[in-house]
Ligand binder design. Sequence first.
Ligand SMILES: Cc1cc2nc3c(=O)[nH]c(=O)nc-3n(C[C@H](O)[C@H](O)[C@H](O)COP(=O)(O)O)c2cc1C
Length: 172
Amino acid sequence: MNDFFATLRRRHSVRHYQSDMPVESEKLHAVLESALSAPSAGDLQAYQIGVVENAEHRHALAQETDQAFIEQAPVCLVFCTDAERSAITFGERGRELYALQDATIAAAYAQLAAVAAGLGSAWVGYFNSQEVGRLLNLPPNLQAIAILTLGYPAELPEPTSRRHINDVVFQA
Ligand SMILES: Cc1cc2nc3c(=O)[nH]c(=O)nc-3n(C[C@H](O)[C@H](O)[C@H](O)COP(=O)(O)O)c2cc1C
């Protein structure tokens, strides 16, 4: 199997980080470039990515989400939809669906790029978008939809289970 499939297999949610090991700016840049390489509806890339390195902001995010490990990770990427950017071209479907899909697939690419770069990550979705927006002073057009923690792992997570392929795939 090639590197890509090995990368997929190596990705597990990392919730313990080596706080004293910063993420090198070249690696962070590579992760962000990978996010931007994702497909998007009409190539509009209807999202923005907040890079949170500031310790106070990470602390505030950890408190808000009630997920302490967020603070341990030296970097958090906050993926935000910019729904109106998609709505200009695609109307309601852009506003309600495409912007969310654009931001989500960008985050998924970033998560895999993090693995390829030797980093760990976890996808955090359980938070109040309005509160996160307030904490990070986001403009009203942006809605935070996912936080990716990034850093060097301080654990080797066990692989989690998956549904059987026959339970998920159907012939249509
Ligand atoms: C939409 C979404 C929301 C998630 N929210 C959280 C979260 O708030 N906190 C957390 O620790 N993990 C969260 N996760 C990570 C999942 O728990 C994790 O991906 C799943 O248990 C499978 O484990 P794995 O990532 O190690 O394969 C989320 C994942 C997704 C895709």
